[in-house]
Design a binder for this molecule. Structure first.
Ligand code: ASP
Length: 418
């Protein structure tokens, strides 16, 4: 989906280097620069702000189109569909509750040694050329159209889509589904551009934090990392228990059967790319009925991102703890609600959860600036939560298959089931 080709080799080389390597290098360089410049490094925060603003602007249309496309493509029918929706919702809620419980117990946000509330510095009040330029980058895709006179914003959007759509100009659009597909694909092209510059944002942010606040936030980030891994492990154990008691399959055999899919999810960071393999393994190695495998792994996987939901809720709590903000019960409920929606809307591609997270933060008025802090470790956590997302699809498939195993020849040809 490389819409614009490769105009210069530098860009090619940049893109050919794996994202995690770029981010690790950016963190190292950022620490060195922060130590060297001290509080002056605060100026380097600007790229991080820009990247976050762009991610925030992309979130609503991405969620909208991802859900529209998933619904248009899903082949659902009656009671099975209802069962699927109930299972998905229950698993996602459990994931979020596990995440919130672990974040409340471990309290990674309080591991910081920096003063609470010392947020990344607010932009200077005076209108300098830099902040004027920043202001012309739209905060949302439709914002500039409703804001009278926001011509710069409109131009910005026109250029982005104009270039992104160049890669699709010969695509035939015959049905509404084609139209939604092209719209979503062009958004994903733009998202990839933004992800390309994430290492720059990481560099600026790390330099600014180290320069202004020292290493306190990074100790907290280590705590958050451990807390997320703990919560994801608990979610995995929950899945195993659900499979053991809710289906004929045995967790050990299921995990062995789908091992390749879990590994692929971890290595690609994309549950959508893994989807065909998950489906095939469930059918041929685990021995589920055709219909259960396809409902759980193909239909369900479009909506089912428990690992993402858990991560988004934990991130919100972590940042609230970090800045010394008490989230009320109502706020935590809002976090649960928006995390469910954000995980449904997260496309199964690398880092999608980070984009939809802006929605959760905005719902409870948390500063989205802090999402940039998570950028430094997201490349690894994304892989872990993607594997859990796939394990969630596997679990739903097993539960849909029920407590009685289908005769094997039936399961394979997918005939006359249920
Ligand atoms: N990478 C995840 C997936 O493909 C989505 C996310 O970023 O949470 O399932």
């Amino acid at each position: 989906m490389d819409g614009i080709g490769r105009p210069i080799d530098l860009l090619g080389a940049w893109r050919a280097t794996p994202l995690y390597l770029r981010i690790v290098a950016a963190v190292a360089l950022g620490v060195a620069t922060g130590l060297a410049l001290g509080p002056q490094a605060q100026l380097l925060e600007t790229p991080a702000k820009l990247v976050l603003r762009l991610l925030g602007a992309l979130a609503p249309p991405l969620i909208l189109l991802a859900i529209v496309q998933a619904l248009m493509r899903a082949h659902l029918g009656g009671r099975q569909a209802l069962r699927l929706v109930t299972l998905l919702l229950a698993n996602t809620l459990v994931a979020i509750l596990i995440g919130l419980a672990v974040a409340n117990v471990v309290q990674p946000g309080r591991w910081t040694t920096a003063a609470p509330g010392a947020a990344p510095a607010k932009a200077a009040a005076a209108v300098d050329p830099l902040s004027q330029l920043l202001d012309s980058v739209p905060r949302s895709i439709i914002g500039p159209f409703s804001d009278n006179g926001a011509v710069m914003g409109v131009i910005f959007i026109a250029v982005a889509f104009g270039v992104a759509l160049r890669g699709f100009k010969t695509h035939e659009v015959r049905t509404v589904e084609d139209l939604v597909h092209v719209a979503l694909s062009s958004l994903i092209v733009i998202l990839h551009w933004i992800i390309d510059v994430v290492p720059l944002a990481v560099f600026g942010l790390v330099a600014s934090i180290v320069g202004v606040k020292g290493f306190g936030d990074f100790i907290a980030l280590g705590g958050f990392f451990i807390a997320v891994l703990t919560a994801l492990t608990l979610q995995f154990l929950y899945y195993c228990a659900r499979i053991r008691f809710g289906s004929w399959a045995r967790p050990r055999a299921v995990v062995a059967g789908v091992r390749d899919a879990l590994l692929m999810a971890f290595s690609t960071g994309s549950s959508t790319a893994t989807m065909p393999l998950t489906y095939e393994r469930l059918r041929d190695k685990v021995g589920l009925r055709e219909q259960s495998a396809s409902m759980g792994a193909l239909v369900g996987s479009n909506f089912n991102n428990d690992g993402t939901a858990l991560y988004e809720a934990m991130s919100a709590l972590f940042v609230a703890q970090l800045i010394g903000l008490q989230l009320s019960l109502g706020d935590q409920f809002l976090v649960v609600l928006t995390s469910v929606l954000a995980s449904v809307g997260a496309a199964g591609i690398p880092e999608a959860g980070l984009v939809t997270m802006t929605m959760v933060f905005r719902a409870v008025a948390l500063p989205t600036d802090y999402i940039a802090l998570l950028l430094t470790i997201d490349w690894l956590l994304d892989r872990c939560r993607t594997a859990i997302n796939v394990m969630g699809d596997v679990t739903v498939s097993c539960l849909l298959d029920g407590k009685v195993r289908a005769p094997q020849d039936h399961a394979r040809d997918g005939a006359a089931l249920q």
